[in-house]
Unconditional design. Structure first.
Length: 589
């Protein structure tokens, strides 16, 4: 290999290690990789930054806006109420849940689907006396399966479509991937419904692990005039970092002051309202300068004032690798963490000293509007109240249906390019009043957009340096003796393995140049190999880190890392079999 190829390979190895070990967010890893190949001249600036103008990147941003508009209508709430009716066997419930979820996922980003439905599935399972672990993983897997039915079903499809275009081929048609994706989704759903109840463990959720201790209580304390806290700030008085207790608001002269800033000064006669665990709330009575309100007793929480929430730490969160104390969690998020749940177990160490990881579930207490403020940020994959509100009636559902239908018709008919159709839909969401301009802007996950755009530049370096060709020659040497199907199987298996340990978008971007070069090297159809990469990279079932929705249900379901192998392995084998059978049929090798 040339020196540039060896250098690019070294950068690729570093990227994979960084992603596998969660040392940096994916966006930072690929921006670093892009700069690493740009500075020494492996790629020209135009190639390095080509991803920022690629139609796929713009389409993904527009699809995020479409998904947010669908989510805001509240139409998923009534949908869930209809699918999760009381009673029925686990298989019957799974069938009612997974098929519609897969259908929805074919036309919208699957992350908001799981974000909206997972908390409600968890609450439903608890009311029914069933284990949430029986339903949350299938919910994630069904959303993943639906994503390969159309080109807009998941960002991975759009990424590969953009890679086709960058390689001088036609972008992916709206239903082109359906030739393989639809049968794979159908077979996958059968596997989910049939084997799910047999293979999934009966795990306790994060909420169930805490049991009665999670019950929240409220108490009012009065600041004594002339006492130790009269004139002191909240932080200076030692009321900012109480273990398991959260100062939610201060009532002064009939006015309620909330949220409470750490530098807010208390006055004699102020009524301080605390929320937290019963044993910790009672301890407040022993604090100097405070007395319990005469008419107050420790009582069950009034959820109109504060509530418990479940938050799952995402890969792009600034909390990853830092402790609650180091991140200034209370000040930054106006909430108090009362428990951390990881890999199916509650961590009993001192909470403030635990470095947080991707997938950790935080149980916290805050004001009732906390989840609404943070669910659109990439700090948390999931931010939901433990007591889920009743499903709301859909708002603007008719307008959203018109917009979505317009996008599908425009893109599927070929009347306009997919990027144009998606942008029409995104603008339509704003013009029709479904989203405000601010909501549309906040809907776009910039971390994902930057990661994909930067990765296009690195993928270009794999081609220009000759690395992709050298690896392709190696693939041919290893699998060439097994024939054309053997070569395809080698690419598919490599893609499947990589997508389990790094993000699916990253796997597609890294493997696509190798797949196309492998096909070209022996005179096979590069489009078929590229389509195989698209479908395989989008189907990540073996680990929680392979796909974002898997991480979202990891803590809430009380799963352990190896639980994903139980159901994920037969699902992966079944879908890979479909890919290897149907790709040569629709894209003859």
């Amino acid at each position: 290999m040339s020196g540039e190829a060896w250098y690019t390979l070294a950068v690729a190895v570093v990227v994979v290690v960084v992603l596998v070990r969660d040392l940096l967010p994916p966006s930072a890893a690929f921006v670093g990789a892009m700069v690493a190949v740009l500075v020494p001249g492996v790629v020209e600036p135009a190639e390095a930054f080509s991803g920022f103008s690629n139609p796929a990147t713009i389409t993904i941003a527009a699809v995020y806006v479409l998904a947010r508009g669908i989510e805001k209508t509240g139409i998923l709430g009534p949908f869930l109420a209809a699918t999760l009716a009381p009673g029925g066997s686990d298989r019957r419930v799974l069938a009612r849940l997974t098929a519609p979820v897969a259908a929805l996922s074919a036309l919208m980003n699957n992350t908001p689907i799981v974000a909206v439905l997972a908390p409600q599935v968890e609450r439903w399972a608890e009311r029914e006396g069933r284990s949430p672990s029986m339903f949350l993983m299938p919910l994630s897997f069904a959303a993943i399966l639906g994503g390969v039915v159309t080109v807009i079903g998941t960002a991975t499809n759009l990424v590969v479509s953009g890679l086709f275009e960058a390689a001088g081929m036609e972008p992916m048609g709206f239903f082109e991937i359906s030739k393989v994706g639809l049968p794979a989704a159908a077979v996958g759903l059968v596997v989910l419904v049939w084997l799910g109840p047999r293979l999934l463990p009966d795990r306790r959720s994060a909420l169930q692990e805490l049991g009665a201790e999670i019950r929240q209580f409220a108490i009012e304390m009065i600041v004594l005039e002339g006492g130790a806290l009269d004139g002191a700030t909240v932080e200076g008085g030692g009321l900012r970092h109480l273990a398991g207790v959260f100062l939610a608001e201060i009532e002064r002269g009939g006015d309620v002051l909330a949220p409470v800033a750490p530098d807010m000064r208390m006055r004699g006669g102020d009524r301080l309202r605390f929320y937290g665990r019963a044993r910790d709330v009672v301890d407040l009575d022993a604090r100097k300068g405070l007395r319990m309100a005469a008419e107050d007793q420790v009582s069950s929480l009034d959820t109109r004032r504060a509530a418990y929430f479940e938050a799952v730490v995402g890969a792009a969160s600034p909390l990853v690798g830092r402790t609650l104390k180091e991140s200034g969690f209370r000040d930054r998020y106006q909430a108090a963490v009362v428990a951390i749940h990881r890999a199916g177990q509650r961590l009993d160490r001192k909470l403030g000293s635990i470095p947080l990881r991707v997938g950790d579930t935080l149980l916290l207490v805050a004001d009732p509007g906390w989840s609404a403020r943070w669910r659109s940020h990439n700090h948390f994959l999931l931010a939901a109240p433990l007591e889920a509100p009743p499903p709301a009636g859909p708002r603007h559902a008719g307008r959203v249906a018109v917009v979505l239908a317009s996008v599908v018709v425009l893109a599927a008919s070929g009347a306009t390019p997919l990027v144009s159709a998606a942008l029409v839909g995104a603008v339509g969401m704003v013009l029709l009043g479904v989203l405000t301009p601010g909501e549309a802007r906040a809907a776009v996950d910039l971390d994902v957009i930057v990661m994909i755009a930067a990765a296009f530049g690195f993928a270009a370096a794999m081609g220009t340096s000759g690395l992709a060709l050298e690896i392709a020659v190696g693939v041919v040497d290893v699998f060439g003796g097994l024939g054309d199907l053997g070569l395809l199987a080698g690419v598919v298996i490599a893609t499947s393995v990589l997508t389990q340990v790094v993000t699916n978008n990253a796997a597609a971007l890294l493997l696509f140049p190798i797949a196309v070069n492998t096909a070209t090297e022996v005179g096979l159809n590069p489009r078929g190999f590229g389509m195989a990469v698209a479908v395989t990279a989008a189907l990540a079932f073996l680990t929680p880190i392979g796909y974002q929705t898997n991480i979202m249900v990891y803590g809430p379901g009380g799963y352990r890392f190896t639980d994903y192998l139980r159901l994920g392995l037969p699902l992966t084998v079944a879908t890979i079999g479909i890919i290897l059978v149907l790709v040569p049929v629709f894209w003859p090798l």
